[in-house]
Design a protein around this ligand. Structure first.
Ligand SMILES: [Zn+2]
Length: 409
């Protein structure tokens, strides 16, 4: 069995420290500042910077001025040299992105999940989609640092195995990391979808100091990613964030676990669509429909709720209230600064959740007299999981202390 390794960096440890510091400085950083922040000598910083400039991994910007006198010369990552690919597997759709070193999305693609998602078929589909995406973007394969996969959990991260995610039919024990490596011969990294989404938000969510936040991921299933004090937290075996069985506070549909008050079951698109069918709002067969069809019906239901149809409003508001109950508990337990929502099922229900949850959290967040909990939707849209998966590859290559294990030999 192939195991992952932590040895994926570009260059040695000191180089990774410098690259990481440059990556974290939104407006670039000077050599002197790098020496101060890293504890390395100015000479060492200059030598490493020279090497990175020669490799075109970083560039100099001489235009930034810090007042009278000489312009301040800062170092920034170079965009067009190397790339990381990200794949997000959702039971309804597979999303692909290509990021440059600066985290800019330079290409994207989507493929519908086939009706019978046999793992070997999906691996071939992913390999072909990556090939096409980089070819269409005109990028040489040799410039690809690796592929990150964001998958529904649970995962055995050490061995790169997806272990029976409840919503992917037939995926009992899938050695996805080694299978995609065999198909592409590129370094592969596997992580949970909700963790990947939190990583994307941490790096590219638009906040310089994100602090402590939970990313509530709404896809075919529900999950959470966690960042505490600007660092991603993954749990003892990288399966943190299984929030589906948190208590919604009310009885509802029977969950797989045998309880009737689980937030995952009460907010699942399949259940909500079933309620809409019962109310005569839409015509669908939620018991047998493919996740993609459920996705379409769910969007229809949310549109009806937006248009103030009273039955649709009730269904969507009930789901929003139950989701809110679980989010309150998460925010209180972890003393969060923010809760950020995203994933493919988020945008249709966004207004309903934010409208409902804002006032409730003001009342029920215990530390509310000291600080508020900010609620927002991710600005990264439906690609957030794939962006996070690619970001994890960048982490591996640019960070001295990366999250996750990579398979590269
Ligand atoms: Zn449950």
């Amino acid at each position: 069995m192939r195991r992952g390794s932590n040895l994926g960096q570009l260059g040695g440890f000191n180089q990774a420290v410098i690259l990481d510091s440059i990556r974290r400085a939104a407006d670039g950083v000077s050599r002197t500042e790098l020496a101060q922040s890293t504890g390395l000598t100015t000479q060492t910083v200059s030598n490493i910077a020279r090497r990175l400039l020669d490799q075109r991994l970083i560039r100099e910007d001489r235009t930034t001025s810090s007042g009278p006198g000489k312009p301040r010369i800062v170092l920034e990552l170079e965009g067009g040299t190397l790339y990381a690919a990200g794949i997000h597997i959702d039971p309804a759709v597979i999303t692909f992105v290509l990021l440059d070193l600066r985290g800019t999305v330079v290409a994207r693609a989507r493929r519908n999940m086939p009706a019978s998602p046999a793992p070997n078929k999906i691996v071939r589909l992913m390999a072909r989609a990556i090939d096409k995406m980089i070819a269409d973007a005109g990028i040489a394969r040799s410039k690809l640092l690796g592929i990150g996969i964001a998958s529904p959990g649970p995962i055995d991260e050490e061995h790169g195995i997806v272990v029976g995610p409840p919503l992917l039919q037939g995926w009992t024990t899938v050695p996805l990391r080694s299978a995609l490596y065999e198909a592409t011969h590129l370094p592969i990294l596997l992580n949970k979808d909700s963790t990947a989404a939190a990583v994307a938000e941490l790096w590219f969510g638009g906040s310089r100091d994100p602090g402590s936040f939970a990313f509530i991921y709404l896809g075919t299933g529900i999950g959470a990613g966690l960042v505490l004090d600007n660092a991603v937290v993954q749990g003892s075996h990288n399966n943190l964030g299984e929030i589906g069985h948190l208590c919604s506070g009310e009885d509802g549909p029977l969950c797989d676990c045998g309880r009737a008050d689980c937030v995952g079951a009460a907010t699942s698109p399949r259940y909500l669509v079933g309620q809409a069918v019962d109310a005569g709002l839409i015509d669908a067969r939620p018991e047998t429909a493919h996740p993609r069809e459920i996705n379409v019906a769910y969007r229809k239901l949310c549109k009806l709720a937006d248009a103030d149809d009273p039955h649709a409003r009730r269904i969507v508001d009930d789901a929003a209230r139950k989701l809110g109950r679980a989010v309150e508990d998460i925010a209180n337990m972890l003393d969060l600064d923010k809760v950020i929502f995203g994933g493919p099922m988020w945008s249709p229900i966004a207004d309903h959740v934010l409208r409902r949850l804002g006032p409730v959290l003001k009342r029920r967040f215990v530390a509310t007299a000291i600080h508020e909990v900010e609620l927002s939707g991710s600005r990264l849209g439906d690609n957030v999981g794939a962006i996070g998966a690619a970001s994890l590859v960048l982490d591996h290559k640019l960070s001295p202390d990366p999250a996750g294990l990579i398979l590269n030999s």
